[in-house]
Ligand binder design. Structure first.
Ligand code: SF4
Length: 376
């Protein structure tokens, strides 16, 4: 028995086979374990009924089944959207959102998991509840994979099947936790979820965008834009002062050219801030120059902020002015998976998280991004 148990979610199939062989078991048991833990939604080794009882006990002694514990669950949109509060071994909590897209005449059903990559975030975007926390810590690759596995457990009691899509649009800036995020994408591929169905959202860490392109993963990139001119974006997304729009645009184009995957733009609409006709015109030009689709997300209110969404009429007029590349996300599930920073605000906040955010904001306000940036 190991002194420190390895996380099941962080093991590739080959590594799991190695663990089983070391335990004197046939390697094929690894595939059975994977099937229980992914397709069948087992919540412990004990629930893996096709395994011998002695092996289940051996596995429990050797491996940690899961790195996160579900401590809260809320459901909206008639059960199609589920928000989870998840606690790590150190007591820190993150959120994940599960969105069932029923599909239609032209689209297949999808089970999308919006995952967090960090506890809090160092970027400090003006409209974001997570940014108010500051950065508390990075998640491990196992903690990211386990958000998807837990989603599978919840969906396993429906006839909807396993997770099909993952979007990194929860808490945190994914490219600020680069190694763990890339490792988690590779692990998810090993568990059976194609990188083609993964979207990574970034506020604009240009060196990491180039690094990600070089990984040759066929993922999609989403840029949290929110303003199409530098003076405004400097205020909304402070990272823009380091990597202004011209640099960000070039990096996004390089990503597209290298991976062959399109880049999309996310734009949270904030009343009286970035919803003017000239903002729509600037966004239209930028999106056209990048051949990018634009997701417009009416601002979800956050604690300690007076920022609100424009009226629906203004949102629709803005979309028309941006042109056919733009679409608006109105439902809560759509908003959660349309822009990082909108997850926490888009769901009914659990009271103790709101209190924690407010408290953390008081303690951390004024902390500089440069303290935490991986690019320093
Ligand atoms: S919007 Fe995204 S990058 Fe900005 S502070 Fe929030 S989580 Fe971080």
């Amino acid at each position: 028995m190991s002194t420190t148990r390895r996380e099941l979610g962080a093991l590739t199939l080959a590594q799991l086979q190695g663990v089983l062989v070391d335990l004197g078991q046939p390697a094929y048991r690894a595939s059975q374990i994977r099937e229980h833990a992914w397709q069948r939604g087992a919540r412990s080794f004990q629930q893996m009924g096709t395994l011998p009882s002695s092996l289940r006990h051996q596995l429990g002694a050797e491996l940690s089944f899961q790195s996160l514990e579900v401590t809260g669950e809320t459901s909206t949109d008639r059960g199609l959207t589920v928000k989870l509060l998840l606690r790590g071994a150190d007591g820190e909590e993150v959120e994940a959102v599960l969105i069932r897209h029923p599909g239609g005449a032209t689209a297949r059903p999808r089970n999308t998991v919006c995952v967090s990559s960090q506890v809090g975030c160092a970027i400090g975007c003006l409209f974001c509840a997570t940014g108010q926390l500051g950065l508390r810590r990075n998640l491990t690759a196992a903690e990211i994979v386990d958000q998807v596995r837990i989603a599978g457990q919840i969906w396993s009691v429906t006839d909807w099947g396993s997770p099909t899509n993952v979007v990194f649009m929860g808490m945190g800036e994914p490219l600020h936790n680069y190694e763990a995020v890339v490792e988690s994408i590779r692990l998810l591929q090993d568990w059976g979820l194609s990188p083609r169905h993964v979207v990574v959202s970034t506020s604009g860490l240009v060196p990491e965008i180039d690094r990600l392109a070089a990984e040759k993963l066929p993922i999609r990139l989403a840029i949290s834009l929110h303003a199409a001119d530098d003076p405004l974006r400097d205020q909304l997304v402070p990272l823009n002062r380091r990597y202004p729009l011209a640099q960000l645009k070039e990096a996004a184009l390089r990503f597209s050219a290298t991976t062959g995957r399109r880049v999309s733009l996310e734009y949270v609409l904030i009343a009286g801030v970035n919803d003017r006709p000239q903002d729509a015109l600037a966004l239209r030009r930028l999106a056209a120059s990048m051949r990018a689709h634009v997701n417009l997300i009416p601002m979800n209110p956050i604690p300690n902020s007076e920022l609100i969404a424009p009226p629906q009429r203004v949102c629709r007029e803005f979309a028309v002015a941006v042109g056919p590349r733009a679409s608006i996300r109105f439902s809560r599930g759509e908003r959660a998976t349309a822009a990082c920073g909108q997850l926490r605000a888009s769901m009914a906040a659990l009271p103790r998280r709101t209190a924690l955010a407010a408290d953390a904001h008081r303690q951390l306000v004024g902390a500089e991004l440069t303290t935490n940036s991986p690019t320093d």
